[in-house]
Design a protein around this ligand. Sequence first.
Ligand code: 13P
Length: 259
Amino acid sequence: MSATVRPPLLLGVSLKMYFGHHQTLNWARKTATLADEHLAVTSGEARLFVLPAFPTLVPAAGILTPYGIALGAQDIAIEDRGPYTGEVGGPLLKEIGCRYAEVGHAERRRLYGEGDTVVAAKTAAALRNGLTPVLCVGELDRGTPQEAAERTVAEAARLLHGLDGTVVLAYEPQWAIGAPEPASAEHIATVCTALREWLNTRPQHAGSQVIYGGSAGPGLLTRLAGTADGLFLGRFAHDPDNVRAILDEVRAPADAAVA
Ligand SMILES: O=C(CO)COP(=O)(O)O
């Protein structure tokens, strides 16, 4: 009789534009050591990915990938190469060892005017280049979990229309990003379950995962009780002790809940 095999929980970290060069590499070294030592990672129960700033990708890859931590970019150009000043294309990201490319983050929508057309084109660029898009979706304003689920599934369907391939759907309610607290476990569970059910109807996205981001930190994974496939961390991953605490929850969710 074979035991039920649970896919590894996916824990992503976007460093956004918080760290300098040396600070990024120091953080990467500490995170690599953690991955090397922690049973949640060495047992295969959790997988980590990190999205540092573009100039740090190559040295960070040298530090992180030997420990099984995957690397990704925080953005990707729509085009693959050519006269696009300041952009970084998928072929280069692939060449330097990226596995993921983040698209559609709320900050890029709000501050840089990226809309659905751009987000869908960047998602296509990632898939075309063999990169897994970390496609951020989520409602702008706080409402009921049911409203959020409906809106977010419709958003994912719109952005992935006509595209095939494995994706990471990062459910990030925009009102919960940069906040003191994440959305409630009930809210997250309702939306992530709806996204999962929608993905289950789309064989072209087999192997896709649904993770939650927006002020995620220690304790949340336990409260989510398996309703999301992982977390997408921002500020609360800056302290490696927090990453360790989250990995502890992967190992012993029940213990962590009563601690
Ligand atoms: O946007 C996020 C991850 O991409 C979340 O950031 P914070 O956890 O800092 O709110």
